[in-house]
Design a protein around this ligand. Structure first.
Ligand code: PLP
Length: 220
């Protein structure tokens, strides 16, 4: 395996330290390397160093970047999903982290049936109740989780959130953990480049880190 690029090695070390500081077992947190928009020259060394889990925001962009290497990695969709892309998303991704409404749950359930696949999913919660942001509102989360299980047989693994940019993230991570716990969901996808150590302290089981590994994203 190739030597890890310094920024990637640094993120791995910071995750390990945060896990230890939280009194959690080593390896308790999965790093999802967010490769959206990044040039292949930035991604290739991280892949070569052994990173196995990647996150992408858009179905078509992910297909363009990963189709040839699809078998080597676990791929997670972390951006909003339109129902007209649901069939492609179910076929291409291992995990969809942005399940957030009935219509999408229905279409995903149909596709799981049609394609005869198992789908790993997370429900996105809009913890900051931001109008422009995707995610089920905290007050509606319990009912939506129940509907995903009973009506759609989707068996979500956990919850995902993106806290507001201009607020401390801790209370949002705590809220997500509380909703997960009372609904018996084991997984928490929370924490990005600026706050993944905080997220780990609040119980994140996976962190989604892009720019701290690959550098700032170029505007598209
Ligand atoms: C882009 C993105 C990330 C990664 O953000 P960084 O700040 O670059 O680490 C994580 N989660 C989601 C949902 C994203 O869209």
């Amino acid at each position: 395996m190739a030597v890890a690029p310094p920024a990637y090695a640094d993120v791995l070390a910071r995750i390990a330290r945060a896990v230890q500081a939280a009194g959690r077992p080593a390896g308790d947190v999965t790093l999802v390397a967010v490769s959206k928009v990044q040039p292949w020259e930035a991604i290739a060394p991280v892949l070569a160093a052994g990173q196995k889990v990647f996150g992408e925001n858009r179905v078509q962009e992910a297909e363009a970047r990963w189709t040839e290497r699809r078998g080597e990695i676990e791929l997670r969709l972390i951006g909003p999903l339109q129902t007209n892309k649901a069939a492609d998303a179910v076929a291409f991704f291992d995990v969809i982290e942005t399940l957030d409404r009935d219509k999408l749950a229905r279409v995903l359930a149909d596709q799981v049936q049609k394609q005869g696949l198992r789908l790993r999913s997370y429900i996105q919660v809009n913890t900051g109740e931001e109008p422009q942001k995707a995610g089920v509102l905290p007050a509606d989360a319990d009912a939506f989780i129940a509907a995903c299980r009973k009506t759609y047989s989707l068996e979500p693994e956990g919850l995902m959130c993106i806290p507001p940019l201009d607020e401390p993230a801790g209370p949002h991570f705590a809220l997500l953990a509380k909703i997960a716990e009372r609904n018996g969901l084991a997984k928490l996808s929370m924490g990005m480049s600026d706050d993944f150590e905080t997220a780990i302290a609040f119980g994140a089981t996976s962190v989604r880190v892009g720019s701290a590994i690959f550098g700032a994203r170029k505007q598209t």
